[in-house]
Ligand binder design. Structure first.
Ligand code: NAD
Ligand code: ZN
Length: 378
């Protein structure tokens, strides 16, 4: 068996700098790893029921062995938990247990838990430290890094939030073995995104190694997660609060977010919607004359190879799609600010006018001509 060693990736943000520790098995020694980052013994573990079933007990034991005093808050799993009401519930527990300014939170879970715990940490006593221990592929390569925290509002996803950087991110790729297959594949959409926006070598590696990745081969997973984290860390370091460069991370998400919301966040999970978005936005870029057809073809093939859907759902109308795209935070003067591939590994940011988008949409044919999204492999 080949030994897969760990890696440390810096996120350079001046006094808010921290490290991503990527190491197989690292979750089993969390207590020792957190001790240097912590000022008081008290630590709140925020997690959900699915994650708790596999990882809460060893986490609590590891923290206790390191002399820490963990308090566990186990929430219902899923996006519907990502609300202000849940934050209020977390804050109640923290106040009841007399958490102080120097006490810490630990987000043990996927993006929902990371966003919730980070937001609770940002407001409790005007900000307490927290650490991310991401357990989904989406969280390991995306949501745990960068300090965007928040909750959903009835009128919009992630409408309420704050920038609050964690003190550290500890990634154990072994934790991905218990992830449901659908969630694993959804996370691959974000990894493919990094190849498209910043690294043709990563994209080629994914083309060559998709069968290994789908089998969770340890070497392939390490390489994909590490390179994704490096790219996210670089982009965040250049533009912490998303004034410009950080927008490139939204590639595939303009259409992806719109489809997610049109499906009521139930029909397509985030990564699946992003998979369709990666393909559709590349196709749009070809239509707009920004990239060649070869680029869009390679993107579509890789998305298909991952087992992600690659077609707009057949019921999607242009009016509904454009309307949903308008709800995105990245809209200026009615134009959607899009991210477009020029070639693999390089993107540009340009506004998209309604008429241009409508003309592209007409090239797709009528809804009945479009076939349904590819069946997911189970
Ligand atoms: N802050 C950011 O920058 C950022 C970036 C991307 C996404 N997000 C947010 O992340 C959320 C989506 O995150 P997600 O895809 O991780 O979803 P999630 O947190 O809902 O997790 C998906 C499912 O997997 C389960 N699960 C998690 N880890 C597991 C494991 N190791 N074994 C078994 N089951 C496990 C969860 O209980 C849940 O049922 C969305 O709310 C999105 O807005 C935030
Ligand atoms: Zn995403």
């Amino acid at each position: 068996m080949t030994l897969v060693t760990g890696q440390r990736i810096p996120v350079s943000l001046g006094e808010r700098s921290y490290e991503i520790v990527l190491e197989p098995g690292s979750s089993r020694t969390l207590g020792d790893r957190l001790k240097p980052l912590i000022h008081t013994g008290k630590i709140g573990i925020i997690t959900d029921r699915h994650v708790a079933r596999h990882y809460l007990k060893p986490t609590v034991e590891s923290l206790r062995q390191a002399g820490l005093d963990p308090v566990s808050i186990v929430l219902p799993p899923g996006e519907r938990t990502k609300t202000l009401a849940t934050v209020a519930r977390i804050l109640d527990v923290l106040a009841t247990h007399r958490f102080e300014r120097r006490s810490m939170l630990l987000a043990l879970g996927g993006g929902v838990i990371g966003d919730l715990a980070g937001f609770a940490a940002s407001v409790y006593q005007r900000g307490i430290p927290y650490v991310q221990v991401p357990t989904t592929l989406v969280a390991q390569v995306d949501s745990s890094v960068g300090g965007k925290t928040g909750v959903d509002h009835r009128l919009g996803k992630n409408l309420i939030g704050a920038f609050h950087q964690p003190k550290g991110v500890i990634i154990d790729p072994f934790m991905l073995h218990t992830l449901p297959r659908r969630e694993w594949i959804a996370g691959l959409a974000e990894v493919i995104k990094y190849g498209i926006i910043a690294d043709e070598d990563l994209f080629s590696f994914l083309e060559a190694s998709m069968p290994e990745l789908l089998k969770l081969d340890a070497q392939a997973v390490m390489r994909a997660v590490a390179r994704s984290c490096e790219i996210k860390a670089e982009v965040v370091a250049e533009d912490e609060k998303e004034s410009d460069r950080r927008r490139i991370l939204n590639y595939g998400h303009t259409i992806g977010h719109a489809l997610e919301s049109l499906g009521g966040y139930r029909r397509l999970i985030h990564g699946e919607a992003v998979g369709i978005g990666l393909v559709a936005e590349a196709d749009l870029a070809v239509h707009l004359g920004i990239c060649g057809k070869d680029v869009a073809t390679r993107i579509r093939r890789l998305v298909q190879a991952a087992g992600l859907p690659d077609q707009l759902p057949s019921r999607t109308s242009f009016g509904a799609l454009w309307g949903a795209m308008q709800h995105d935070k990245k809209v200026v003067g009615g134009n959607v600010i899009g991210v477009w591939p020029v070639r693999l590994g390089e993107v540009v940011i340009r506004p998209l006018a309604q008429e241009a988008c409508a003309a592209w949409f007409r090239t797709l044919g009528s809804p009945s001509q479009r076939r349904k999204p590819a069946m997911r492999k189970t």
